[in-house]
Ligand binder design. Structure first.
Ligand SMILES: NC(=O)c1ccc[n+]([C@@H]2O[C@H](COP(=O)([O-])OP(=O)(O)OC[C@H]3O[C@@H](n4cnc5c(N)ncnc54)[C@H](OP(=O)(O)O)[C@@H]3O)[C@@H](O)[C@H]2O)c1
Length: 288
């Protein structure tokens, strides 16, 4: 059973250990600790749980982590002012705006992101970093797609010439993943809620990436035998976390599978911290 699992959790643990060593070496040499500030607007309990997890892993690898909690009803100008302050604070190397924003602020999301300095944009969501990705430059690329690619490469899964079907077109997952897959010569299809006959696309996939927020969205009759399945979804059903794939149903027919939880989530956290270290090195001109 185990050789079918794409074990993102174990890989993330290995990568976190390696990152910890590199950060220690940098801090020993130059005496400055990398720091990330996360802006949390409002009181979303799920975001708080997620942020505490990030904070623990930051502490493990040696990155200072601060959460800037702002009231949901704070003005647009005040948020912009806070971002500008972080942009010019030399002690802060990474800035993350925790998404989604509360409903009352959601329409300003892109405006706020545009305000973050691209040098400190550890989520890879500013127009500059999105543009770089379009040119296949992954220096500060979004964390979840980077986790997906890293997991596939770690398990030596060839992407060249493969039919990759992504069910998601969000800025965080599907859109950046298109460019990362194209860079590696995969043939990419992207599906969404207006896709007609989505199951035909799913059954064509050599590699199927799913992030739709629907438990049991993927079952065995919708996949090709031997397909690689990457479950990115995170849902809570009766208090228990699950992904978008019916794992037990799909397991035997699939070639390999990255489950959720335990697959892409821990890698996403790792790459947030890896990006913070990259941003730190870029800002301080370190190239070791
Ligand atoms: N593991 C991780 O680290 C990680 C990181 C990020 C996100 N996630 C999880 O991934 C999921 C997606 O996150 P997100 O931020 O990208 O969400 P999102 O912005 O809501 O995007 C969901 C995407 O799924 C598509 N979709 C929804 N229902 C569909 C259906 N019935 N048929 C076809 N397409 C459908 C949507 O299509 P339209 O564009 O047409 O609406 C949209 O493109 C969530 O469960 C989230 O928790 C996990």
């Amino acid at each position: 059973m185990n050789d079918k699992i794409l074990d993102g959790k174990s890989l993330a643990e290995k990568l976190n250990l390696a990152l910890k060593v590199k950060i220690k070496e940098a801090v020993d040499r130059i005496g400055i600790k990398p720091k990330i500030v996360t802006i949390l607007v409002g009181e979303d309990p799920a975001s708080k749980v997620y942020l505490n997890m990030k904070k623990r892993t930051s502490a493990f690898v040696g990155i200072e982590s601060e959460i800037l909690e702002l009231d949901e009803h704070i003005s647009k100008e005040k948020i912009t002012e806070k971002i500008n302050k972080l942009n010019t604070n030399d002690n802060v190397h990474g800035i993350l705006l925790q998404l989604p924003l509360p409903k009352s602020q959601a329409s300003n999301t892109l405006k706020y992101i545009e305000n973050i300095s691209p040098k400190k944009d550890v989520d890879g969501l500013t127009p500059v970093n999105k543009g770089r990705l379009y040119d296949y430059n992954e220096n500060l690329a979004p964390c979840t797609p980077t986790g997906i690619i890293t997991l596939l490469e770690y398990y030596n899964i060839e992407l060249k010439g493969k039919e990759v079907v992504i069910i998601n077109r969000s800025n965080l997952v599907g859109k950046p993943l298109i460019f990362m897959m194209l860079k590696r010569n995969a043939t990419v299809s992207v599906c969404h809620t207006s896709t007609i006959n989505i199951e035909n696309h799913m059954r064509r996939a050599d590699i199927l990436v799913v992030a739709v927020r629907h438990p049991n969205f993927v079952t065995k009759e919708k996949i090709k035998k031997g397909a690689i399945i990457i479950d990115v979804g995170i849902n809570r059903v009766n208090g228990k976390l699950c992904g978008d794939v019916n794992f037990e149903d799909v397991f035997e027919k699939s070639g390999k599978i990255a489950p959720s939880p335990g697959g892409i989530g821990p890698l996403t956290v790792h790459f947030l911290l890896q990006n913070t270290f990259t941003a730190y090195k870029n800002q301080l001109g370190i190239n070791f």
